[in-house]
Design a protein around this ligand. Structure first.
Ligand code: UDP
Ligand code: MG
Length: 323
């Protein structure tokens, strides 16, 4: 089998202290491999010493490259930039905090050599807070009922993608990217490798509860319009109930005359219908907001500098390569 070029894409936002250990860990695992590799750090507008460490690394290691954003555009944008600039026959996406164990890399590459287009490293939830794991489990149960693609708990961005998978992902140009769903949407042959969850060594997680909640909503509304259908049904059911209630009450009034007490029923009906309407409006709003964002057609990220400034040769971009 021919020697492969493996591209590691590492989104990094304030990962000071993790850059050097990350490069060392990757070099260690790749030493015994006959394959070539490149490590692309995508600096997502870090405000600490991450970029200094990355720039220093570029001078020391010829296989290290970087792309640095003008500000924080989010992990999804960083992953996309990495995929666009990766030249490899296969691309491995990894977090920059060593939570994705480099020991699994040989297994990921083996999966690729066996012919799989996506080799997914799946983590369990060992060491995670109980409440967070329970909420996640509940979420995945619910979301899989709601969306058309299959999302699996523990299967995140840590995975190997073949060139074919990368090119397929790059064809999906939507502004609101929800990678977990996109990986599933492109299909292709997949293999899963399980590993024990690792807790973070340096720095802290960038996900607040609010961000996780937003991510959860993205997961549902990015992939279909079923929630809109749900609003329709909820509206229909309340309408039928309301009509039935009016009919029954009307018959009652005709037979027994007007009855004054009715405060409770009126208030409940108003509150219930108000709730259904607000919820429906909110869901519609989510979709309208997305349409608004898509129509602006803004780029997913802006680049301030790349390792070309240190190396003197430009990084190659997928669109430019293929034209
Ligand atoms: N990250 C990023 N941009 C962001 C937030 C996170 O590039 O706005 C990177 C971060 O540097 C790390 C990866 O995404 O490499 C995962 O982030 P984190 O460890 O905070 O998430 P968690 O592991 O807690 O889910
Ligand atoms: Mg992490």
């Amino acid at each position: 089998m021919k020697n492969l070029l493996i591209s590691f894409v590492i989104p990094s936002y304030n990962e000071e202290g993790n850059i050097q250990p990350m490069i060392e860990a990757l070099s260690r695992t790749m030493t015994f491999s006959r394959n070539l590799y490149e490590i692309i750090f995508v600096d997502d507008g870090s405000t600490d010493g991450t970029m200094d460490e990355v720039r220093e690394a570029v001078l020391l290691y010829p296989e290290v490259e970087y792309i640095s954003f003008t500000r924080n555009f989010g992990k999804e944008a960083a992953l996309l930039a990495g995929l666009e600039y990766a030249k490899g026959d296969a691309v491995i996406l990894m977090d920059g905090d060593l939570q994705h164990p480099p020991d699994l890399i040989p297994q990921l590459i083996r999966g690729y050599e066996e012919g799989y287009d996506q080799v997914i490293a799946k983590r369990n939830r060992k060491g995670d807070a109980k409440l967070r794991s329970a909420l996640s489990r509940l979420y995945y149960w619910g979301v899989n009922k709601a969306v058309d693609v299959e999302l699996r708990d523990g299967e995140g961005d840590f995975r190997l993608l073949s060139r074919r998978a990368v090119d397929s992902l790059l064809q999906l140009s939507e502004g609101n990217r929800f990678s977990k769903g996109l990986y599933s949407w492109i299909g292709l042959e997949q293999k899963t490798i399980c590993y024990d969850n690792v807790t973070r060594q340096h720095g802290e997680t960038k996900w607040s509860f609010k961000q996780l909640l937003n991510y959860a909503v993205d997961g549902v509304v990015s992939f279909n319009t079923k929630p809109l259908r749900l609003c329709f049904y909820a509206g229909l059911v309340s309408l039928i109930l309301a009509v039935a209630y009016i009919a029954v009450t009307l018959v009652d009034i005709i037979r027994h005359g007007v009855d004054v007490p009715g405060y409770f029923t009126i208030i409940s009906a108003v509150l219930f219908l108000g709730g259904v309407q607000l919820l429906s409006l909110g869901i519609i709003g989510e979709y309208v907001g997305r349409i608004y964002n898509e129509t602006k057609k803004r780029p997913h990220y802006l680049i301030r500098r790349t390792s070309a400034e240190v190396k003197g040769k430009p990084l190659s971009h997928a669109k430019i390569r293929s034209s």
